[in-house]
Design a protein around this ligand. Structure first.
Ligand code: 5GP
Ligand code: ZN
Length: 118
């Protein structure tokens, strides 16, 4: 695909393979890869392959993808031996602390998590 046809979205570029990542898990709807700036011993990101900016834009037609994200996270957690637990996080919008505007599910594990989050 020529560069000018690439979407102007970091995670779309990752999903398309234009930016290489370790593809930890992949199916037709979802891709999982390590976060570049891990906040826990295990920190993976799970993204839909189709662009969706955030949960604010989620509508009924996204339900299969949203379910698949969580099911894939559970599978990746097993693969990463996180049987003691983990945290799934979706940051949405400025107050949610979202910095990349392609919906993503953080899977964090390998240490106890604090509550409430910051
Ligand atoms: P947010 O703050 O939007 O919920 O999370 C965005 C996440 O994407 C951050 O945890 C950040 O470290 C991660 N991230 C940003 N740029 C890249 C990148 O180029 N590659 C990977 N693997 N992760 C990234
Ligand atoms: Zn995107």
């Amino acid at each position: 695909m020529p560069d000018q046809a690439l979407p102007d979205c970091l995670f779309c570029k990752i999903a398309l393979g234009a930016i290489p990542v370790e593809r930890i898990y992949e199916d037709d709807l979802v891709l999982a890869f390590p976060d570049i700036n891990p906040q826990a011993p295990q920190h993976l990101l799970l993204i839909p392959k189709q662009h969706l900016a955030s949960t604010r834009e989620a509508i009924a037609e996204h339900t299969p993808m949203l379910g698949r994200l969580v099911a894939a996270a559970a599978q990746v957690a097993l693969q990463k031996h996180l049987q003691n637990g983990y945290r799934l996080v979706i940051n949405t919008g400025p107050d949610g602390g979202q910095t990349v505007h392609h919906l993503h599910l953080h899977l964090l594990g390998g240490r106890p998590m604090n509550w409430p989050p910051g």
